[in-house]
Design a protein around this ligand. Structure first.
Ligand SMILES: [Ca+2]
Ligand SMILES: [Ca+2]
Length: 180
């Protein structure tokens, strides 16, 4: 098994994706998050359809991974652990793809940066509704002119899910520990 530090972060990640806070990640979380996301962005019908399809694809590819409409925390942690043990490079590449894909959806104006608005809407959509804490999380990236480059935000999440070095500061871990 991966070290305790990494496993504890995978559990935080799991919890962060339980949109309706019922203790398990299921299709209901997908439905709720994508619905909220397109509503909060006031997306038009055509764009809404595309965004919702991309959202669902992301959940299926990276979270459920063909396991049907529900995944337990144990299965989630085991899947990540297996990937890591099998081929570390492939594991990191896959997590990199995972966060590039989702932040590409979150970057609705396609400027390759995440604005405070885009960030707050994404977090609200996945059930993290404390605006003050979400804003603090965003500001921890030290945005320039209100924007954080996609590459930087993606790197912070890849680090969160793949780094087993507990001496390194993690913006993402710190934010979730503060209650985001
Ligand atoms: Ca849930
Ligand atoms: Ca953007």
């Amino acid at each position: 098994m991966a070290n305790d530090f990494l496993v504890s972060k995978w559990k935080i990640w799991y919890k962060s994706l339980d949109v309706n806070h019922d203790g398990v990640i299921s299709k209901e979380d997908v439905e709720e998050s994508r619905k909220k996301f397109s509503e909060l962005h006031h997306l038009e019908a055509e764009k809404k359809k595309l965004v919702e399809e991309n959202f669902e694809k992301w959940w299926n590819d990276y979270i459920f991974r063909g396991k049907g409409g529900e995944i337990s925390e144990t299965d989630f942690v085991e899947s990540l652990n297996n990937d890591l043990k099998t081929d570390k490079k492939k594991f990191v590449d896959n997590i990199n793809k995972c966060f590039n894909t989702i932040f590409d959806v979150i970057d609705t104006n396609k400027d390759r940066s995440i604005s405070e608005d885009e960030f707050l809407i994404a977090f609200k959509a996945i059930g993290h509704e404390n605006v003050a804490l979400d804003t603090k999380f965003f500001k921890a990236y030290n945005p320039t002119d209100g924007l954080v480059p996609m590459t930087e935000i993606v790197a912070s999440w890849v680090d969160f899910v793949t780094s087993d070095d507990s001496s390194k500061k993690s913006v993402v871990k710190t934010a979730f520990e503060s209650g985001v």
